[in-house]
Design a protein around this ligand. Structure first.
Ligand code: GLV
Ligand code: MN
Ligand code: MN
Length: 421
């Protein structure tokens, strides 16, 4: 314990370098700065991966990639055969995003490892930095693809089942990006990791409002996503009289509002529903929409309550479709259980906050993260840092260098504690 405290005092974070690396990573984007768009397996994603792997090699970490592109950068400890301690997050970004979501956990994780190396720390267990593929659902409609596969939460059949908007399967897209091999190999052997610790911006306003430095995540809300197809009848915008119409978009508009009402009906601020995608066919101003495809994100801390809202949405869809003589089909893309963080990791984070005299609180994560799936195979915890006004998934997302430094320092301390056991 004494040795660890002496060790702790030598851990210093190179904020300047970390800030520059975050800026460089943000430059690999398909949209104009400050907006960041980096869809999985795009050219920008490929260049970003090369950049981060280069930094990991400079840090003398051994790099391995799996068939879906999850990247593992390993620092072997005194006992390489022991279950490893992992950290990391994602570097893909939704369209028109900011530069901190996910990237702080990857580059902050790398800086935490470098800081430990500089301090002379010698891990007993291996420490691994993970860059997880497609945490964002943008391309294939499902989030946390890499961590789902390596934790066995999805099986290899997604390779053919998942398609992007252009009709390319996951297999085709990942092969073209240079990731071949059977997805079965992505599943990690039991006991591969002992712990996983993810550093992430809060993506909510609470830490800033309470003037706190660190949020210690105790649980992660249960996410679900639905794909709703509405089938109506197309026709000439001038020729078809109003009483004759079976306009798919008008039905979809009612459905979107019904989804909003269903989420509000629980009376709990923890229930949230968002219709983020509405594709209209044939999408011509003088043509009655004959088909609409909605994508809906539904979340709650309480899984049962989320299921109740989902049942209500189903009933409403049937009622609206019946009244408007349209068809409606609902596909559940995913409906995941909430994740629990492990007391062992929560306590280690709290200890690191105290050592570093940082103000902290325990909290739940309303956003989902790869930690949700990592918690199924390793005892897991998350370190949140404040972001300005809680803004995220927008170009004006911002976390201060001081906040990033605090989170990275806490992460380094937690990794040193966990990797010493
Ligand atoms: C993660 O990006 C989420 O949408 O919660
Ligand atoms: Mn995100
Ligand atoms: Mn994220």
């Amino acid at each position: 314990m004494c040795a660890l405290s002496a060790q702790s005092t030598r851990i210093t974070i190179d904020s300047h370098r970390l800030g520059e690396e975050l800026e460089t990573l943000a430059s690999f984007s398909d949209s104009q700065s400050p907006s960041v768009t980096r869809i999985v397996f795009s050219e920008s994603d490929r260049r970003a991966r090369e950049y981060v792997k280069g930094l990991c090699s400079e840090a003398k970490l051994a790099i391995r990639e799996d068939a879906v592109g999850n990247t593992f950068a390993r620092w072997n400890g005194e006992r390489p055969e022991e279950a490893a301690i992992a950290t990391g997050s994602h570097i893909d970004a939704i369209p028109n995003a900011g530069r901190y979501d996910g990237t702080v956990g990857v580059l902050g994780g790398l800086e935490a490892i470098r800081a430990l190396k500089r301090s002379g720390f010698a891990p007993v267990r291996p420490i691994e930095l993970l860059i997880l593929t497609s945490e964002e659902p943008t391309r294939f409609g499902i989030g946390c693809l890499g961590s789902r596969l390596l934790s066995g939460s999805r099986d290899a059949s997604v390779d053919e089942k998942l398609e992007d908007k252009g009709g390319q399967t996951l297999r085709e897209v990942r092969n073209a990006a240079g990731f071949s091999g059977n997805l079965i190999q992505v599943l990690l052997p039991r006991g591969y990791y002992r712990n996983f610790v993810e550093l992430h911006i809060e993506q909510g306003p609470l830490l800033e409002q309470e003037q706190l430095d660190i949020g210690i995540v105790t649980a992660i809300a249960a996410p679900a996503s639905l794909r709703i197809s509405v089938e109506g009848q197309g026709g000439h915008a001038g020729g078809v009289l109003m009483p004759e119409r079976r306009d798919a978009l008008c039905a979809a508009a009612e459905i979107i509002l019904a989804i909003e009402s269903a989420a509000k009906s629980t009376g709990s601020l923890d229930t949230v529903a968002t219709t983020g995608i509405c594709d209209v066919f044939p999408s011509a101003v003088n043509s009655i929409p004959n088909r609409v495809r909605l994508e809906v994100d539904l979340r709650d801390i309480d899984e049962q309550r989320r299921e109740t809202v989902f049942r209500l949405i189903r009933q409403q869809c049937d009622e609206i479709a019946g009244r408007r003589s349209t068809g409606v089909q609902i596909e559940v893309v995913n409906a995941d259980a909430p994740g629990e963080c492990a007391p062992e990791v929560v306590d280690a984070i709290e200890g690191a906050c105290r050592t570093n005299q940082l103000r902290f609180q325990r909290m739940v994560s309303r956003a989902y993260h790869d930690s949700l799936f990592m918690s199924r195979i390793a005892s897991t915890g998350m370190i949140f840092i404040p972001c300005r006004e809680g803004i995220s998934h927008r170009p004006d997302e911002y976390a201060s260098p001081e906040a990033i430094n605090n989170g990275t320092r806490v992460l380094a301390h937690v990794l040193s504690e966990l990797a010493s056991k």
